[in-house]
Design a protein around this ligand. Structure first.
Ligand code: SPV
Ligand code: MG
Length: 431
């Protein structure tokens, strides 16, 4: 009997899937693959059902002989191990990621034999409605808040990108790269104090206070579903911090990172060029514990950011502080450095991991920008925040445009560098 294979990466079975099964089972013995969590979040939507839940969903369908887990969106392992005679797939090859997958299936067919059977994709109001329901669930506060912890459990390393507005939120939400053998996207968003302040023409000194920052949070929440980590600066007074924890948690923000500085906070990238005061371990621990004590869900994370390396106090000081912060209840630690050479970060992480294997470590590789995700992960780092690159990209681009128009008395010369006006009106979907 012929071996037939089809892959599902869905949380709901609708008539389109049943149509695929109906057609596939006619060709022979049908194995259905369920895409793993890790592969699903790289390529598609975040799963609202656990892997086991998705397996059970498919197992119940008549005509399915076997259900297996497909670990990657690419089919190489499936062809190597299963050698299907037929791969059945919907004909919805309508974006770059889908085209990369199709090319991968055809490459494997050329190597191992077999045939790709394309089934017309079911487009109707019912299917669209299910799609919208899923999207709605992803955007709800409870689901979104919990998503950072979920993604931490699913991926070796979580990649977070800076946002400072609804538009930058949409860029991080929707950007997917699809090269040969690699489909990927960001796991969440960083609401940077530097970028939120700079975008408003203000210095990064906690002048843009939490009430104003919440406006940006609201704009981003409104148009995205990915988890948000907010830069909480110093967290302010303990008496104020507890209220902000409650608010952030209720809105669906996943984590706040607060740094162990006090008084007039300046941006860390100034290092010791400006006066900055580190908080006492005792006071900062009190702040962490107070925040943990008021939060209502188990999902919200308070991450403690240590500035010892920024203030050139050495690794031993950083280690002692971070261990104390974890003891006080921090759900993660962030270790920051402004050195180009990542050695002090690596030394810190290697040492920290000797006694603490589980507390998530966060880094912001703005200065040590040549280090790859994989290399950071190999030192036990779990969350990487690309903290300011979208804003830094926008500034020179906008300045160039302003200069060009002044110089040329018209905008024609800069047109090729900017998005055509016929496209800008279409980048935002209407309801
Ligand atoms: C921010 O993005 O605001 C940060 C990271 O706090 S840094 O600018 O490197 O201090
Ligand atoms: Mg900041």
């Amino acid at each position: 009997m012929s071996k037939v294979y089809t892959l599902f990466c869905t949380d709901v079975i609708h008539e389109g899937h049943l149509n695929i099964i109906e057609n596939a089972k006619k060709l022979g013995d049908l194995t259905v693959g369920v895409l793993s969590d890790d592969a699903m979040i790289r390529y598609n939507r975040f799963p609202t059902l656990s892997l086991q839940g998705r397996i059970d969903l498919v197992k119940g369908i008549e005509g399915v002989s076997e259900v297996i887990v497909q670990k990657s969106v690419m089919y190489d392992e499936i062809f190597e191990t299963l050698r299907p005679d037929y791969v059945v797939h919907g004909d919805n090859w309508d974006d770059a990621a889908m085209n990369v997958i199709k090319a991968n299936i055809l490459k494997n067919i050329e190597k191992y034999g077999g045939e790709l059977i394309e089934i017309p994709y079911t487009y109707n109001a019912n299917v669209s409605k299910i799609d919208e329901k899923m999207q709605e669930k992803l955007a709800l506060a409870d689901f979104r808040r919990a998503r950072l912890r979920k993604v931490l459990a699913m991926r070796d390393v979580v990649k977070i990108m800076q946002v400072h507005s609804g538009l930058t939120g949409l860029i991080v939400e929707k950007t997917v790269i699809a090269d040969e053998d690699n489909i990927d996207q960001f796991d969440g968003m960083w609401l940077s104090s530097l970028c939120d302040s700079t975008d408003r023409g203000k210095p990064d000194i906690e002048l843009v206070d939490m009430t104003s920052r919440l406006r940006t949070v609201g704009e981003v929440l409104d148009v995205t579903t990915k988890p948000i980590i907010i830069d909480g600066d110093t967290g302010g007074l303990i008496e104020h911090f507890v209220y902000n924890v409650r608010t952030l948690e209720r809105l669906g923000v996943s984590a706040v990172i607060i740094e162990d500085k006090t008084g007039l906070k300046k941006n860390s990238l100034f290092g010791t060029e400006v006066e900055q005061t580190q908080d006492t371990v005792e006071n900062f621990c009190r702040k962490i514990s107070a925040g943990k004590a008021v939060q209502r869900s188990d999902d919200f994370m308070i991450i403690a950011r240590c500035e010892s390396l920024i203030l050139e106090k050495g690794i031993e000081d950083a280690l002692a502080r971070c261990r104390a912060y974890v003891e006080a209840g921090a759900d993660g630690i962030m270790i920051h450095s402004r050195k180009k050479d990542p050695k002090e970060i690596f030394d810190f992480c290697d040492e920290f991991r000797k006694t603490d294997k589980t507390t998530p470590i966060v880094v912001v590789p703005t200065a040590f920008n040549e280090v790859t995700t994989e290399e950071l992960a190999s030192h036990g780092i779990n969350i990487i925040i690309y903290a300011n690159q979208l804003l830094r990209a926008a500034y020179p681009a906008m300045t160039r445009v302003a200069e060009s128009i002044l110089r040329n008395h018209r905008s024609a010369e800069i047109e090729d560098d900017i998005i055509p006006f016929k496209d800008i009106i279409r980048i935002i979907d209407e309801l």
